[in-house]
Write a protein that binds this ligand. Structure first.
Ligand code: ARG
Length: 586
């Protein structure tokens, strides 16, 4: 079923028609329509237009006003101030539009007009290493971006570009070869925590031998060569590190309630076969030049942290390939094999220079040609309460699993306090949904580029801009609908709307536009801000407009139940786009 145009789209259409018949030369000009508290909508576009055409804005506004078709949609339209149009909608039109929305499973989010293929590079931890809060941000933001894009009809290819290749594996593999029992677990598969702690133990032990024993060092270096040459025995040992790490990754992603699929994990090693070719192309085209043996691309425009222009090193002087060669190869794969027209990299802002140089190199190579965009969705740093990068008291990186477990524990305490008739199992389940939701929402509700403070107390708070507040609003709506008994939700366009009903209804109308914009801009925080406002407007509505007690007339009750139900569904869908659960009861 086709989505119903929003009220603002309907008004826009009538204004466009009036504008082009009043002034054919102004056809297509943007009337700059927005929500307003003075009327329902305000259009400010006449000012700029009059300036451009050299007329009087108030006169132009009056002329357009006279030509707007009002029937069935607009109750009043008047010119105010220097030439604004204030537009009030007919109550019945508002309710009718939302009633059509009610029957639309997409809640007014239009399927993308021209869907393409987007590769989202996110949730990319490193093999044999602990995940940190930066990996959490990439996972949470990337997951929301994927969900939003998919909902708007875009074809999405997920890529978890894990760090699974490089010289550091020589030492680890050699050590494992000499101590094969190190990654063996009694009783089958290890838990994520066990997997990571054995990897940590192994890393430490290997490092110690590596630093103390020259002969081991030599053997470790030979292992790097064997790995790069594709020696089967060496590859098999390497694979054990990858598999062990995946047990750990999956357990963290599982706790985050994220579904990561094996086929989407294409780590650095996945581009190994392309590296030599990538370098050859870069060198032969002249885009890269040899400098002291290394293959470099130079830029006037990008300066390193020291203020001097830094080159992108595609191949080191010893012949080794690094991070950049892999990313350049990944671009070729994504553009030419996966046929992507958009590439999004959800990566820490501190890798900004790397991506600028990689994208510019790919542009010079013609790999990122017209019609293909590449952006880094750069995110800021997670800070501790002290405003410094988030660390434990002892200065160590915080273990992600501990963090998530603590969030769940705290949330369970909040749930238990409020719970009247929940079993322990239910409390644990809700605790996880609330706790993980809180961590995700805190991350998603600030724009990605900004740093934010990791403050669990604030995150699980019932008041303020938190996921718990939104989850409670949802659970409250579900409870109202259950309590309504015989009376059910039904729209009544014949009824006049109270101000709080009207404000809620007009906000509900905007969902499609907000989601479309947020998806296009890779900006989940816009959805979060929308939902917070929705929950706040619902609270005001529920305070001012009785739904169940004192019992309103049947039609009024049904109409309010209808607004409540649509609010609930919108909250549910919006939270789902952020990857956050909305339990039926809390
Ligand atoms: N295509 C990419 N370079 N993606 C980002 C990878 C992030 C890297 N593994 C890290 O932990 O920092």
């Amino acid at each position: 079923m086709a989505s119903v145009p929003s009220l603002s789209a309907q008004v826009q259409q009538r204004l466009d028609a009036a504008l082009s018949s009043a002034l054919p030369e102004a056809a297509g000009a943007d009337p700059l329509l927005r929500r307003s508290d003075r009327a329902d909508f305000q259009a400010n576009g006449m000012l700029a237009l009059a300036k451009k055409l050299g007329g009087n804005p108030r006169e132009l506004a009056a002329q357009v006003t006279g030509g707007v078709e009002q029937a069935g949609l607009i109750e009043g339209i008047e010119v105010s101030g220097p030439g604004f149009l204030n537009i009030t909608l007919a109550d019945g039109a508002i309710t009718r539009t939302l009633a059509a929305r009610y029957a639309d499973a997409r809640l007014g989010v239009p399927p993308g007009a021209d869907p393409g293929t987007t590769v989202v590079d996110y949730a990319q931890p490193n093999v044999a290493k602990e995940m940190h809060v930066g990996h959490l941000r990439s996972a949470v933001i990337g997951d929301a971006v994927v969900r939003m894009l998919e909902f708007t009809g875009e074809k999405v290819v997920r890529r978890h570009h894990i760090g699974d290749w490089g010289t550091q594996f020589g030492m680890l593999i050699q050590y494992l070869d000499e101590h094969p029992q190190e990654l063996e677990h009694d009783g089958g598969a290890a838990s994520g925590e066990e997997a990571m702690s054995s990897l940590n133990r192994l890393y430490k032990a290997a490092r110690e031998v590596f630093d103390a024993d020259e002969e081991f060092k030599t053997r470790a270096r030979q292992r790097v060569v064997a790995l790069q040459a594709g020696d089967p025995e060496t590859l098999a040992l390497w694979q054990r590190f990858v598999d062990e790490s995946k047990v750990y990754f999956y357990s963290v992603f599982g706790k985050l309630d994220m579904d990561v699929r094996d086929e989407d994990i294409v780590g650095e090693s996945g581009y190994n076969d392309m590296l030599a070719e990538t370098c050859r192309l870069v060198e032969e085209s002249g885009v890269g030049v040899r400098s002291e043996g290394a293959l470099c691309v130079f830029f006037e425009e990008f300066k390193g942290p020291d203020g001097k222009p830094t080159p992108l090193i595609v191949q080191k002087s010893d012949g080794g390939f690094g991070y950049a060669a892999t990313d350049l190869s990944a671009i070729r794969d994504r553009v030419f094999q996966l046929k992507a027209d958009s590439l999004v990299y959800v990566v820490d802002a501190r890798q900004g220079l790397h991506f600028k140089m990689v994208f510019e190199t790919a542009r010079r190579m013609g790999w990122l040609a017209e019609g293909v965009t590449a952006v880094q969705l750069a995110f800021g740093t997670v800070l501790g309460a002290d405003g410094k990068p988030f660390k434990t008291r002892a200065g160590a990186t915080v273990r992600l699993e501990d963090l998530l477990d603590e969030a769940t524990e705290r949330a369970s305490a909040v749930v238990r306090e409020k719970a009247r008739d929940l079993t322990e199992a239910e409390i644990a389940e809700r605790g996880a949904q609330v706790g993980i939701g809180a961590v995700k929402y805190a991350d998603l509700s600030t724009s990605a580029a900004r740093d934010y403070k990791f403050d669990l107390d604030q995150m699980v708070s019932l008041t303020g801009d938190t996921s718990v507040y939104l989850q409670y609003a949802y659970a409250r709506i579900r409870s109202i609908l259950r309590k309504a008994g015989e009376r059910g939700p039904a729209p009544h366009p014949e009824l006049a709307l109270e101000p709080a009903e009207r404000a809620l209804a007009l906000h509900l109308d905007a969902f499609g536009q907000v989601v479309t914009e947020a998806a296009q801009e890779y900006a989940p925080h816009k959805v979060a801000a929308y939902l917070y406002q929705l929950a706040s407007l619902f609270t005001a509505f529920y305070d001012q407009c009785p739904v169940i007690k004192p019992e309103p007339p049947l039609a009024v009750a049904e109409n309010r139940l209808f607004l409540s139900d649509l609010t609930g569904r919108t909250l549910h869908e919006g939270m789902a786009l952020l990857g956050i659960r909305t339990p039926e009861r809390l």
